[in-house]
Design a protein around this ligand. Sequence first.
Ligand code: ADP
Ligand code: MG
Length: 251
Amino acid sequence: MSILSISGITKNFGGLTVLDGIDMEIEQGKLYQLIGPNGSGKTTLINVVSGLLKPDDGKIIFDGTDITQKGLFDTYKTGLVRTWQIPQPFNTLTTMENFLISSSGNAGESFLIAPLKSKWKNDEKRITDKAMKIMEIVSLVEKKDTISQNLSGGQQKLLELGRAMMSDASMILMDEPIAGVNPTLAHEIFEKISSLCKKQKITFLIVEHRLDIALQYADHVFAMNRGKIIAQGSSDDVIKHPKVMESYLGE
Ligand SMILES: Nc1ncnc2c1ncn2[C@@H]1O[C@H](COP(=O)(O)OP(=O)(O)O)[C@@H](O)[C@H]1O
Ligand SMILES: [Mg+2]
């Protein structure tokens, strides 16, 4: 059964049809990659699925809930979380603090409960422990007390991934998670993503331009061109597909 089911998604900007009837079925615990030349509509699709933009037509069902008309925050609450192409951590906070504020289910977040420390002390301990575990997974333990603006570009990407995990996301959408990252770290980031996917059954839909690095980690690839899915399947099959090869010729 699909965790995310997208049908007939259409989005127009003015007179331009940027998404033209997109259908996708996504199963839990797999790593999906979305490829396509510049301007094919990949970022717009991620924006629509995450609730940043509303589609003009079509339907999006996530984990049994119709999220077609939900905004970013309500979509996030269902467990579908997007990280941003450019990491936007709270720059003046440490890595640890960034992790703590990204956690779901912290009673201390509520202004009404915040003054009653006894009510959230247990939460605080639980959330700090969870942050430490996730920091280990994304290799940031040593940077726990570093102000996030002093992290390297690659470490900020790992911070972004860790923050998404703190929210207990069951599915994570990423737009170019290795843009501007050196190849060694880029592989490291994809290895972490791939292992999260397998061990914790977190589902990933990732837009990535650097196919040489990213494709080998994908369980399933969707190729887009001009607002349509033109091919899907294994990395090898999709990359050799005549329509996909043709779509990249102009690049
Ligand atoms: N907010 C917007 N208003 C008007 N046109 C847009 C907007 N966002 C994207 N577009 C257009 O939609 C098309 C798809 O863009 P995008 O989704 O960013 O493609 P990709 O991520 O595949 O490079 C492009 O032609 C782009 O110029
Ligand atoms: Mg894009």
